[in-house]
Ligand binder design. Structure first.
Ligand SMILES: CC(C)(COP(=O)(O)OP(=O)(O)OC[C@H]1O[C@@H](n2cnc3c(N)ncnc32)[C@H](O)[C@@H]1OP(=O)(O)O)[C@@H](O)C(=O)NCCC(=O)NCCS
Length: 166
């Protein structure tokens, strides 16, 4: 069982414009190329500003003693011809050293509550298949039905192998 941070010390609140740099740099600490090449490549300031512009109610931070120690950035997706509204939790992160203390659970709980209020019927997340910590965390939040998808890269700076037809 994880230790829990005293609830009176940890505040979950909406992201404000003044938090953008702190959230970006916390993400840089978390989504390193060693931890996850795909998350490292896709984490940038536009991720935060785009989600903040489109769904500020689903962009939350965890604050402890005046410092940002975690964040959750989400959005919703509606499809034509479907009555279902989906919630997409795009990013969630907690400062190393304060992980496994309940902050992620609190952030997710608040995002979920807000998504439900917005009429969401299913929440989706994605992460690296080898992000065991993340996957375990999401399972603990109730996620199941894991489906793997393949992520590929094409390195354009490497000389291309000649194909037989070339
Ligand atoms: C995933 C993450 C946000 C979880 O936040 P957290 O504050 O550590 O999570 P909590 O303390 O609320 O843990 C909730 C549950 O998940 C489990 N869990 C969390 N981190 C875990 C880990 N590293 N290994 C195994 N289980 C873990 C906890 O044991 C806890 O279970 P319990 O309620 O039975 O004790 C955090 O580990 C993190 O920032 N990881 C790096 C970024 C990342 O991978 N994000 C997800 C993809 S965007």
């Amino acid at each position: 069982m994880a230790k829990t941070l005293a609830p009176e010390h940890l505040e979950i609140r909406e992201l404000t414009i003044d938090d953008l740099a702190a959230v970006f740099h916390l993400g840089e600490q978390l989504f390193t190329s060693a931890y996850s090449p795909s998350m490292y490549r896709t984490w940038d300031e536009y991720e935060i500003t785009t989600l903040f512009n489109s769904d500020s109610e689903l962009c939350l931070v965890a604050e402890l003693d005046g410092e940002i120690v975690g964040f959750a950035l989400g959005t919703t997706i509606e499809k034509q011809n479907s009555a279902w509204k989906y919630g997409y939790l795009v990013w969630i992160g907690v400062r190393p050293g304060l992980q496994k203390c309940g902050a992620g659970h609190k952030l997710f709980g608040e995002v979920k509550k807000r998504m439900v209020e917005q009429g969401v019927r299913m929440i989706v997340i994605d992460t690296d298949a080898d992000n065991e910590a993340g996957i375990n965390f999401f399972k603990k939040q109730g996620f199941d039905n894991i489906q793997q998808h393949v992520y590929m890269t094409l390195n354009l700076s490497r000389p291309r192998h000649k194909r037989r037809s070339d």
